[in-house]
Ligand binder design. Structure first.
Ligand code: SF4
Length: 366
């Protein structure tokens, strides 16, 4: 029988304490972990041989036994409408994911993918139609941010001051990160938590948790673990319907985790001064856009202390849904406001390049 080679050590997926353990387990001093972490996440070097302050023998061992993050750009499109940039990437295994860079007034917000495809099966979402499914590693999640840094610096768009006085490649760091791309982050929680560890590490990307939002379809049992690991990170719940019978149809996950269960999970979270909770509400004409829906949504948001982002549906080829007419959207927003709840109407960015909410479908080169 042929021997199976050991899988290469994935050092880029390791938060600093784990990397330190990996080094000490191999008889190396802990400062080696600090050096490797700096090379991977600050200098963003992707060649072990170029890590010049590591001993030559260690560099050779790493080249033989450790993998480096690898995401190849397949398609890179910029929206003529709002300057959003959708970048389709191929993982080491050739699977397609996407990340979106959205220029805002204060800086760039990057939308990250956490999985290839998504098994949650939301009926209005193009990602759910992708047949291939896989979890991304923490290194692959972080690599999307590394790519954004490199692209910003290469194009001269880096604004070190805005990024918190960072220099080098980190001067190109996006201002905000949202885990709202392909996949359900809480379905790949170990990797997402490790990625957050690396992204928030003061010796790494040094993101403030207040600049990061993790979205979930409502996997209530994982919410406490995420909040315990990163209490200051914002939470967004893709709610999209206020009645179980409607949500069961739109979002099959609701059959296992009904609305009340998720409300209970959010209300049970220990309070944190900086964490914001938002309800993401895709407006689907004829399904969830009545005045009654709006009032129920407003009351639910008040119960949880959540802000509401209403997002008129973004059509994609083959979708059976459409966005409500402008008058219906306006009435919906007014009805929510009448309950006392706060609501923003969010027009998704990058609609003309298939980069808007619910449109990410794993584009490949033509
Ligand atoms: S909306 Fe989010 S959770 Fe639902 S299928 Fe799409 S990516 Fe998955």
């Amino acid at each position: 029988m042929q021997a199976v080679p050991p899988s290469p050590a994935d050092l880029a997926s390791m938060p600093r304490p784990m990397l330190r353990q990996w080094c000490t387990d191999r008889g190396m001093p802990p400062f080696r972990a600090e050096q490797i972490f700096q090379w991977l996440h600050v200098a963003q070097v992707r060649d072990w041989a170029a890590m010049t302050d590591l001993p030559a023998t260690l560099r050779a061992t790493l080249a033989a036994e450790a993998s480096l993050p690898q995401l190849a750009v397949q398609v890179d499109r910029t929206s003529a409408l709002d300057g959003s940039r959708k970048i389709a990437l191929a993982t080491r295994h050739g699977q397609a994911i996407e990340t979106v860079l959205m220029p805002m007034e204060a800086g760039v917000t990057q939308c990250l993918s956490s999985q290839v495809g998504c098994k949650m099966g939301c009926d209005f979402c193009a990602t759910a139609r992708i047949a291939t499914r896989a979890n991304l590693t923490a290194g692959e999640i972080v690599e999307q941010v590394a790519l954004a840094c490199r692209l910003a610096v290469e194009s001269g768009l880096a604004r070190g001051g805005v990024a918190g006085g960072q220099s080098g490649l980190l001067a190109g760091r996006p201002r905000n990160l949202v885990f709202m791309g392909m996949g359900e982050p809480l379905d790949n929680l170990d990797a997402v938590v490790a990625a957050l560890d690396i992204l928030c590490d003061p010796k790494g990307y040094a993101f403030s948790p207040r600049r990061i939002t993790v979205s979930t379809v409502g996997l209530a049992r994982f919410v406490p673990r995420l909040a315990a690991a990163h209490p200051g990170v914002h939470l967004a719940w893709s709610l999209t319907a206020t009645r179980d019978e409607v949500r069961d149809r739109l979002m099959p996950v609701n059959k296992g985790v009904p609305i009340a269960r998720m409300v209970e999970a959010l209300r049970a979270l220990p309070s944190h001064p900086h964490r914001k909770i938002t309800f993401e509400y895709a407006l689907l004409h004829g399904h969830n856009d009545t005045a009654d829906d709006a009032r129920t949504l407003g009351i639910m948001a008040l119960q949880v202390g959540a802000h509401i982002n209403a997002i008129p549906f973004n059509a994609w080829p083959g979708s059976a849904y459409r966005r409500p007419p402008r008058a219906v959207i306006t009435r919906f927003v007014r009805e929510v406001q009448a309950t006392g709840a706060s609501i923003s109407l969010r027009e998704s960015r990058g609609q003309d390049i298939g980069a808007a909410c619910g449109q990410l479908a794993g584009e490949r080169p033509a």
